[in-house]
Ligand binder design. Structure first.
Ligand code: HEM
Length: 407
């Protein structure tokens, strides 16, 4: 007989859902809990802490993505706002999700991502040119913040003069994760409407004159006569802007902060740029920007003798799973030179919602870290880092002061 999850005697980590808790404390408390428990309570339901359980739950399609429920979870009941909610690839499930992945998957292949590498190098160098002679920078603001925008625009085939528009839309749409929805919703809705209109017009232009960008590839995507509708194309572009911007910039911020604290590893990367792919996996394992995700039970689910009733909210904790000693040797040491584990780091997720942009995100980070290590070989911290609130779904530095020898 399975025990009802709510009847288990579990540690309660709800107090960690207070945004003022420093992130080091967050890390310490979840790591300590993971030493003894695979399951703990959080403010909405439960958190799963160990690698194998996290993977098992992310691969079990009865656990549905909670990304479509963010309004309810935030206590929003405004019917007008709830009615605007649309299914996107991030929240779709079942046949609908399988169909979307089948249609769009090929456009996000490593081959497509690799084709953008020369452009990524150009963007990295252009961002660094005004920084290197100065000897100091706020790396989060001067580099991470702008870096993903030109790349997403290039992916969409949007011109340079529209970069700022994309940047502003991304900032406003991301307010959805700031925990202040009552106040932020009007700005979020305005940005969504403007982006919809812009992307809608771009799609019409590409229908008339195809190019070699993502939108043309998605318009042409076909599987046994099936194609994406106009509304699905718009929704997908919005999902890509949402999922591909803040993640990339914050991951790079986390990674560079980590290297600044481990100068031997930074020198190793500068001396051996061929270690860049390993450096990306190791930084994402040791300090991933996405530290957890959300699922809810679409039916009663039994797992490890525990019954999770339909509707139960569950947070697979990717950060503790990435430090699970049964999978990663010496999980608490950061070393880009060591042999990779047999299993992958989980900051891109796992299962059917595994990050669609993983190949692109890997390429973006590999290119950026390689050039950064070469051009700023003695990069070090130049003061305290200001971190985003520890409850941020996509975590990283708001300000990352660095110093280096000017060139
Ligand atoms: C370092 C950068 C990135 C990280 C850490 C990251 C992480 C993730 C994670 C953890 C998920 C799964 C969420 C879940 O299971 O609930 C996900 C999904 C997704 N990501 Fe990424 N991502 C990154 C970059 C990108 C980029 C560059 C793009 C697009 C160009 C992208 C597009 C997507 C999309 C569309 C999904 C939804 C897939 C689905 O639901 O089927 N991501 N990402």
């Amino acid at each position: 007989m399975a025990t009802l999850a709510t009847e288990l005697d579990l540690p309660d980590l709800s107090w960690l859902d207070d945004p003022s808790i420093p992130h080091e404390e967050h890390r310490r408390a979840t790591s300590e809990a993971a030493e003894e428990h695979w399951l703990v309570r959080n403010i909405f339901g439960f958190t799963v802490l160990h690698y194998d359980d996290v993977v098992a739950m992310l691969r079990d399609k009865r656990w549905h993505s909670a990304s479509g429920q963010i309004l309810e979870l935030s206590g929003i009941d405004n019917p007008e706002w709830l009615a605007r909610r649309r299914t996107s690839i991030l929240s779709a499930e079942g046949d609908e999700h399988t169909r979307l992945r089948r249609l769009v998957g090929p456009a996000f292949s490593p081959r497509h991502a690799d084709a953008l590498r020369p452009y990524m190098r150009e963007v990295v160098n252009e961002l660094l040119d005004p920084i290197t002679p100065t000897g100091t920078a706020d790396f989060a603001v001067d580099f991470c913040e702008p870096y993903p925008i030109p790349i997403i625009c290039e992916l969409f085939g949007a011109p340079k003069e529209d970069w700022q528009l994309f940047s502003d839309w991304a900032t406003d749409i991301f307010r959805i994760f700031n925990g202040n929805l009552e106040e932020d919703m009007p700005a979020i809705i305005k940005a969504q409407d403007e982006l919809d209109e812009y992307v809608g017009a771009l799609i019409e232009r590409r229908r008339a004159t195809p190019s070699d960008d993502l939108i043309s590839a998605l318009i042409a995507a076909e599987d046994e006569g099936d194609r994406l509708t106009h509304a699905e194309l718009v929704s997908l572009c919005e999902a890509v802007l949402m999922a591909g911007t803040d993640t990339t910039r914050n991951q790079l911020g986390c990674s560079v902060s980590l290297f600044a604290a481990h100068p031997d590893q930074w020198r190793l990367l500068a001396d051996q740029p061929e270690l860049a792919p390993r450096a990306v996996e190791e930084t994402m394992r040791y300090f991933g920007t996405v530290r957890g995700t959300g699922r809810f039970a679409s039916e009663d689910i039994e797992y490890r003798g525990v019954l999770f009733p339909k509707g139960t909210f569950l947070a697979p904790n990717l950060a503790t799973a990435n430090r699970d000693g049964s999978v990663f040797a010496e999980p608490g040491s950061f070393d880009i030179g060591k042999e990779p584990a047999d299993k992958p780091q989980l900051t891109f997720g796992s299962g059917n919602h595994y990050c669609l942009g993983a190949a692109l995100a890997r390429a973006e980070q590999q290119e950026a870290l390689t050039i950064l290590a070469k051009r700023l070989p003695d990069l070090r911290l130049d003061g305290d880092i200001t971190w985003k609130p520890s409850t941020s779904g996509i975590f990283g530095p708001e300000h990352l002061p660095i110093r280096f020898t000017p060139t």
